[in-house]
Design a protein around this ligand. Structure first.
Ligand SMILES: *Cc1c(COP(=O)(O)O)cnc(C)c1O
Length: 355
């Protein structure tokens, strides 16, 4: 066992399972790398974190996260730089966001050094699991949940923070089709939409299944109060290009503040595009489509970076957008952002950390 510091120790796996995976054909989210980070917070006191062999957790059925959903998570990726080093992208933003999510769920904050140093050491230790840039990336899943063995409905006294990782293939996402569903909402003002809280994803699964059964990939969510203003698509933020103007829904507390969304806005602005964050009505989109002014639509998120939208279904109509090959902004943005994520361009924004 290595003691890295007061807050972290490492117990290495005796063997690697790397031969279980074909890096040229990575199954999404099913094969996990050799190690995971585990840290416990007991009655408000963080214990020394440990990186140890990846293994199932031992949970009581009375675990309050399982029963009541006091659980939040993050999604991040490490890429391999051209020199072969692991690259983290804006990782501190994920730490800030998990603590925002934790706060909303009445959970204590995770110390910065446990999150940041834990992730750095974990990625370095499992760097043999990092696919080459053309093969994909290492997906990182920080997960933070209540650990009391108690079925009273109240905030837990004990918590567990885990980070596990899995290689993922290159996300050459095919353009996606989105279905506007007016019967279900993802988030309401005062709710938990801006937190990456487990329950948000559970409640979205039924409408997601319905969209898929109708030939769409994801739901395009509208706001809860008016049933009119676009919020997000699936688990991505959304952008439109309407008559040359880039617009994205303004963050109102019901939208997850995506790090990719923020990075895309900064990149576009730095390259001379004006981006307006404002309310976007589905009827405005309908009008723009009818006038031939709905030029582009794309989703943004860590998984796909930029995901082009091919078609939007709304109230029995199908809005077929211009072919991706005819689009200017989305395809450029995908490449521009990937260059940063891969550590392949000069990091003018200070987004990238080479391990
Ligand atoms: C994670 C997530 C996003 C994207 O956030 P990124 O930081 O860009 O990965 C957008 N919407 C929802 C609902 C999400 O859960």
């Amino acid at each position: 066992m290595d003691v890295v510091s007061d807050f972290l120790k490492i117990t290495q796996a005796s063997e690697t399972r790397i031969s279980e995976i074909d890096m040229n054909n990575i199954p999404f989210g099913r094969v996990f790398s050799d190690h995971m980070l585990v840290a416990h917070c007991i009655n408000g006191e963080w214990q020394q974190a440990e990186i140890k062999p990846y293994a199932p957790l031992n949970l009581t059925p009375a675990n309050s996260a399982l029963n009541y959903g006091q659980s939040v998570f993050e999604g991040m990726k490490a890429h391999k730089s051209p020199e072969g080093r692991p690259v983290l992208f804006r990782a501190r933003e994920n730490w800030l966001r998990i603590n925002y999510s934790a706060h909303r769920m009445a959970m204590p904050p995770i110390p910065e050094e446990i999150f940041m140093e834990g992730i750095r050491e974990l990625v370095k230790l499992d760097s043999n699991w990092l696919p080459n840039p053309d093969q994909g990336a290492l997906y990182l899943r920080p997960l933070y949940f209540a650990a009391d063995e108690y079925i009273g409905v109240k905030a837990s006294d004990n918590y567990t923070f885990v980070v596990f990782t899995c290689p993922v293939g290159p996300y050459y996402s095919e353009p996606v089709n989105l279905l506007v569903n007016k019967d279900y909402i993802r988030a309401a003002i005062g709710g938990t939409g801006a937190a990456k809280a487990a329950g948000n994803y559970a409640s979205a699964m039924l409408p997601d299944k319905m969209a898929k059964a109708n030939g769409y990939h994801n739901v395009m969510w509208l706001d809860a109060r008016h049933g009119e203003y676009v919020e997000e698509c699936g688990t991505m933020n959304i952008f439109f290009v309407i008559d040359g103007e880039v617009v994205t829904p303004r963050l109102t507390g019901t939208i997850l503040p995506g790090i990719t969304r923020n990075s895309c806005i900064q990149l576009m602005e730095a390259n001379g595009y004006k981006v307006t964050a404002r309310q976007v009505s589905v009827y405005e989109l309908q009008q723009a489509y009818r006038e031939g002014k709905l030029e582009e639509c794309f989703g943004t998120g860590t998984a796909a970076t930029v995901s082009h939208v091919a078609k939007i279904g709304f109230g029995g109509e199908e809005w077929v957008l211009p072919a991706v090959s005819e689009r200017k902004i989305g395809p450029w943005l995908y490449n521009a952002l990937m260059d940063y994520r891969l550590g392949a361009v000069e990091d003018t924004f200070g987004w990238v950390e080479l391990l």
